[in-house]
Design a protein around this ligand. Sequence first.
Ligand code: S3P
Length: 438
Amino acid sequence: MVVKNVTVSRPRRLRGTVTPPGDKSISHRSSMFNAVANGVARVTNYSTGQDCASTLRILRGLGVRIDVAPGKGGGGDTLTVYGVGMHGFREPDDILDAGNSGTTTRLMSGLLAGRPFQVVVTGDASIRSRPMGRVIEPLRKMGANISARMNGTLAPIVFHGGVLRGIEYDMPVASAQVKSCLMLAGLRASGRTLLRQPALSRDHTERMLTAMGARVVTDGLTVAVEPAELTATDIEVPGDVSSAAFWLVAAAVHPDAEITLSNIGLNPSRTGVLQVLRDMGTDIQVRKERMVAGEPVGDLVARSSRLRGVEIAGDIVPILIDEIPVLSVAAAMADGDTVIRDAAELRVKETDRISATATWLAAAGVKVEEARDGMTIHGAGRLGGVAGQSYDDHRIAMSLAIAGLVSDGPVRIEGAGAADISYPTFWRDLELIGGSLG
Ligand code: S3P
């Protein structure tokens, strides 16, 4: 659906079952890793979001054949990925465009470093302003020859080849994108690559590479990987818990709501949002728990709840980092203060999510104080109507929409189309559970 500006108003009740798109993080990895594997693999429920399409565009630019068929019954796409092996990428005949996708840019950097040809990766205005030194610097330490704008820190990034060797590296940020980038480079490096993380971040790369035959050794905060060839592996992508989070919050804050989310990935390195919502007092049940392609999956049922403010800080932050914009809606609707700290990474996401969130909350009549690494939201159990900017950030656009489901007046979202980055069926699902769009 192409939507530019929309207005969302509070409905009397919210009911229904939503099946969010395939997980964005797992989708990116399923196509990238199978592209450099040996053999042919089928990926089902691949995310229909624009970010995951950016990954496919780049892989095709490197000579990988990927066939896409729409999924049955409105589900995600089914891919057939024809792996070219670890050394099979062809020199592209143009620059590669990662669009809005940080995961594409950073993980592909690990796959493109040290190739016997030159390749340029760039993206939209947001991507060209996000920190890339965090992958370029350690890739250079591994022997990659890379240049980039602003003294090697910003895209476009030019990969000029080099010979990769494993390194031991203390990661300055708890980032799954940096970790995954270096693990992927490590598969083609000589010797072992060992990474020490400051805190745990999502571990989909560790799980999927292991399933595809790589030797990945995890010991607390340390991850080590050895050079390896990968075996093409069929993957069924679970639903995205980060997309489910919007409906969990909607159900929690609306006075008459019960929403079921089906087929949701419940990897513990992603479910910080469940823990925080429960700590705030949300009634969430998990049903039909099962394992699918090495990842835990289940259905979630969330209901109207009376919420209280909480503190969100420390090691939980990396495992709910993408959910903080929508948790801010829960915080505003709660009784008492919610203090968010240790989340400076939010300032370098698709937009500065601390500033974007604090700005619209204040305009909606919520008392909020911004800090360098978070904010304090003084919850008073209500939100006023507001006209809010998405700043072309999908999660800000969708968080505003959830606010509109409970606010006293209508919420107008400028740049609502940004939702297509991770959740193209978001507006349809909003109507499905009883929301109305103006
Ligand atoms: C992602 C990791 C996170 C997250 C992003 C997806 C991934 O970024 O914000 O949406 O798929 O690895 P960082 O690892 O940079 O925090």
